[in-house]
Unconditional design. Structure first.
Length: 544
């Protein structure tokens, strides 16, 4: 966003302070524990509050533990100008891909090289969030019910990404104002990644918190509930949105603690929700022991004492050696936050059923995770075995022989690589959304993004389309505006609609599994191709 120097003449609501720095006069929000000045004002009418701390630094004794609320520090006004992000790491199969697309990554993470030279903003003290708010909404803070809020959980395989990765939301927020409304507030957060956020296992949990990344997300979502009114938002109209690992995080938040607690949001937009099938306790323990050996220590307590650079180096090395299509770390059953795979919890009714749901997935989700040199039946079988190392042999045989047989004269796939792509697309993404809609009695809304080639995360650039920006090159603006309309109207009114001529509004998913199909050839209704017997089998949870 462009920094625009200006003078503001306004009456600020209680909780706000006007402060002047040089020639720029920007408002300050009093959060109680700290004061934050807006870091930017976009010429299109949006304030950005950057790098707001929502938790204590997860350092020392707090490393590998659930986050704690931030300490009070009112000695100075924070300007948020120092960017923060959590330590990043990439698998070798992403860094040196044997594939034609790197779309498995957030767009800002592509480029063929690992983050070997870390920038100053990358470190363990990373639990911060950003708030972008329309000026008109901000000026009304404390008056009226407040504006709807959209909270983003970023993707990136649970090992890369941040609140700022491919994240200029101004195009989407501007689109939310096309119906004459003041628009919506946008919040985006960091959460711990890789081993720092996702170490798990029976031994680890004696002195550590598994799925710490989910606890980070939860604290940030609770922060929104407590503080968003100070920016002009309505805490009872919060929608979460997430792509890939972000969408998978949403499904885990919906089923958190076995569904025994209410989610700290009222609506959710799950875009290509992804996670690797949750690993067995034995596999979790193996990964934890490998991490200890690589760090040359013997306990979680000792891990808390090693230097940050050593910890990050071990994290990078372990993730770099991930099996093709995998990331080593991610959600794990821990008996607490994650009591089972979300698909099983949805089947058992163990989720927050009060949340309103919109889903989305792409037409070719899995191909980005499969190597181009996978050509034979035997190579497919080896790939399958490596992907599901804890699965029983008869289960793997059923997958290869019955669910995805080596028959290439059908419309499903014509090569073994496409066969593997369909397999992974089903298990890590497509079937998750089907399970979500079925659990909510088919009273959900959804879209199928089918703009060729329909790779995983391709709809990301359409969600955050911003006309005139470099990222807008090659984007079909009609499809982008339609998708943004569906998102913004769902956030604002609870039902997706669009002003694009000829494009349909979204109806409930229903027993016929109806979605809106987004393609350059047209925007039409279609049946969800993932609503099939294969996804019914995956929901049984027989692979671990």
């Amino acid at each position: 966003m462009r920094l625009h120097k200006f003078l503001v003449s306004q009456v600020l609501a209680p909780g706000f302070i006007q402060a002047q720095v040089s020639s720029t006069l920007l408002p300050v929000v009093d959060l109680g524990y700290e004061l934050y000045r807006a870091s930017e004002f976009d010429a299109r009418g949006f304030y950005k509050f950057s790098n707001i701390r929502y938790a204590k630094p997860p350092l020392g004794e707090l490393r590998f533990r659930a986050p704690e609320p931030p300490l009070t520090n009112r000695s100075a006004i924070q300007d948020g100008m120092v960017e923060r992000r959590c330590p990043q790491a990439l698998p070798k199969w992403v860094v040196m891909p044997t594939q034609t697309s790197s779309s498995a990554l957030p767009p800002s993470a592509t480029g063929g090289s690992a983050p070997s030279a870390r920038e100053p903003q990358e470190g363990e003290d990373c639990l911060f969030l950003d708030v972008v708010v329309p000026q008109k909404v901000f000026q009304k803070a404390g008056h009226g019910s407040g504006a709807p809020v959209l909270v983003r959980l970023h993707g990136g395989g649970y090992c890369i990404g941040s609140k700022t990765f491919y994240n200029d939301p101004i195009g989407l927020l501007s689109r939310s104002q096309t119906d004459g409304s003041d628009g919506i507030i946008y919040v985006t957060m960091n959460y711990r990644l890789g081993a720092l956020g996702w170490l798990a296992g029976p031994s680890f949990q004696k002195d550590g918190t598994a799925n710490a990344g989910f606890h980070d997300q939860r604290m940030a979502l609770e922060w929104v509930q407590e503080h968003v009114h100070l920016f002009g938002g309505d805490k009872s109209r919060v929608t979460v949105i997430g792509e890939s690992a972000g969408g998978g995080s949403i499904m885990h938040q919906l089923t958190a603690f076995g569904g025994r607690t209410s989610a700290p949001f009222q609506q959710a937009i799950s875009q290509s929700p992804g996670w690797i099938p949750l690993q067995s306790p034995h596999r979790q323990e193996q990964v934890f022991r490998q991490f200890l050996r690589a760090a040359n220590v013997s306990s979680v307590a000792a891990l808390r004492t090693i230097p940050t650079e050593q910890l990050i180096a071990v994290n990078e090395a372990q993730i770099a050696n991930s099996a093709y299509g995998q990331y080593t770390f991610g959600p794990a059953v821990d008996g607490d936050f994650v009591t089972q795979d979300p698909k099983q919890l949805l089947s058992h009714g163990q989720f927050d059923a009060a949340v309103r749901i919109m889903t989305g997935h792409n037409s070719n989700e899995g191909l980005s995770f499969t190597p181009t040199n996978l050509t034979s039946d035997s190579e497919y079988n080896v790939f399958l075995r490596n992907y599901f190392p804890s699965a029983d042999k008869d289960v793997v045989s059923y997958i290869a022989g019955t669910l995805y047989p080596p028959v290439f004269n059908t419309s499903l796939y014509g090569t073994n690589r496409a066969r593997a792509g369909l397999t992974l697309g089903d298990v890590i993404i497509d079937c998750n959304n089907v399970a979500l809609s079925r659990a909510y009695g088919n009273q959900t809304y959804g879209y199928l993004f089918a703009v060729a080639p329909g790779y995983h995360s391709q709809d990301y650039t359409y969600t955050y389309y911003n006309a005139g920006s470099p990222s807008a090159a090659g984007i079909n603006s009609t499809v982008a505006y339609a998708l943004q309309d569906y998102i913004a109207s769902f956030v604002t009114h609870g039902k997706p609609s669009t002003t694009i001529p000829g494009a349909p509004g979204m109806d409930f998913y229903g027993a016929d599994a109806t979605l809106v199909r987004l393609d350059t050839s047209g925007i039409t209704e279609t049946a969800d191709p993932a609503a099939n017997e294969r996804c019914q089998w995956w929901q049984l949870g027989l692979v671990s």
